[in-house]
Design a protein around this ligand. Structure first.
Ligand SMILES: [Zn+2]
Length: 145
């Protein structure tokens, strides 16, 4: 049994997610699954650009994805702080489906080279240059746990 750090209830270990990476890999999260989900929802409501952050990170680190080869060489110099800056600079909160776009597709995810645009617009641009470019995707299953 483990006490959840949020609802303070004693719950079975299977009610907690295990960390999948990092130096605490294999350990259980301090919040139970239900609380984790709630926490995540609230977190993303306040910091929607965190979705972008996860999205970019996934693209760059997911070895099973087709884009891995294309992205593995890229440096990610966009942190949460920079994404927040872009979010407000580009007024992403006014977009229906904000999506991060690299202005020059051959350059890295950097502050200078990124902007938030409407997701449909991003896909359209991607179609034009013939490479698959998606916008702010839903974070992959498993990443949030
Ligand atoms: Zn809980």
């Amino acid at each position: 049994m483990k006490k959840c750090g949020r609802c303070k209830k004693d719950k079975d270990y299977k009610e907690f997610y295990k960390l999948k990476s990092g130096k605490n890999k294999g350990l259980h999260t301090s919040y139970c699954k239900a609380c984790n989900l709630e926490y995540r929802k609230e977190y993303l409501k306040i910091r929607p650009w965190a979705i972008t952050y996860t999205y970019i990170k996934n693209r760059m680190h997911d070895k099973t994805s087709d884009s891995y080869k294309r992205y593995s060489k890229r440096k990610m110099s966009l942190g949460m702080k920079e994404l927040k800056h872009l979010w407000f600079r580009d007024r992403a909160y006014r977009l229906k489906q904000p999506s991060i776009d690299r202005i020059d597709n051959d350059k890295d995810y950097t502050l200078d080279n990124c902007r938030y645009i409407e997701k449909v617009e991003n896909s359209r641009l991607g179609g034009l240059i013939g490479s698959k470019r998606a916008g702010v995707g839903r974070p992959k299953k498993g990443v949030l746990k």
